[in-house]
Design a binder for this molecule. Sequence first.
Ligand code: C5P
Length: 297
Amino acid sequence: MDKIDIFARAKINTALDVTGKREDGYHDLRMIMQTVNLCDNISIEKSKETGIELTSNLAWLPCDGRNLIYRAAEVLIDRCGIKKGVKIKLFKRIPAAAGLAGGSSDCAATLVAMRRLFGLNISNTELMKIGEELGADVPYCIMRGTALAEGKGEILTRLPAFPDAYVLLAKPPINVSTPAVFKEFSMDKVEKRPDIEKMISCIENNDLQGICDNMCNVLETVTEKNYPIIKDIKQAMLDHKALGSMMSGSGPTVFGFFTTYEDGIEALKFVRSTYHVKEIYLTTVFNIKQHKGTSVN
Ligand code: C5P
């Protein structure tokens, strides 16, 4: 095998709770993670020259050590003594700095694809450990599907498949820094926290409306206050037949669940024209049962 083409899918959080601050500067979290089908495409080819050549469809995107794809390839080349170089092409669709784990998912897909391309003898657990060093969400992005993430985000428990649904993702035209959101976060300002056990039982019962009624993200207390457009977009989705709507991760992307494609499209058109949101996508929930094992596609 000389070349591999892979998908790197986005994630949303249907619940996000902060349970404490850690000594390493990170926060202890309890999150319910869900993969969706909006994806970046990554193509990795072995090359005769050594080194990593990364190119993308976005002129502004760094393609050096600041990009987690580059770092993932570099770590495996170094650790496994790979003698060849790689040419990596990235086609990016997942909005960046959006709360959708786009960079972490690219990183995870690169780790899994490099393992396959070079036939590396690395277990999933080891690969997740390597991923954890690159970003707190990377181990989950290797696992994918529906999961409870605890600790920094690296302690993962697989949950049953999520109910089928259309998912509208709308990233308002603002940039939010994850470290800044966590820095500003204060437990005193939190009025409502997610009932994670209730959410898990709704997922087990395939109860989409129950999930929507219980969705909660404590980081909204920071990001919504700074950017009221987030609340407005959530309300707009609810007014257009979303069963539930919330901010993903540290934001600013707002997502909504819809039972029909038509309802999702109506909401998309309204949000796009009313709030001038260019980065807006109607996608679907991705469940691991669709693609067995550790396949990246
Ligand atoms: O690990 P990653 O680089 O993706 O995390 C980005 C930032 O998000 C961290 O530097 C930290 O400020 C914040 N973070 C946190 N607690 C977590 C995960 C992320 O404080 N569990």
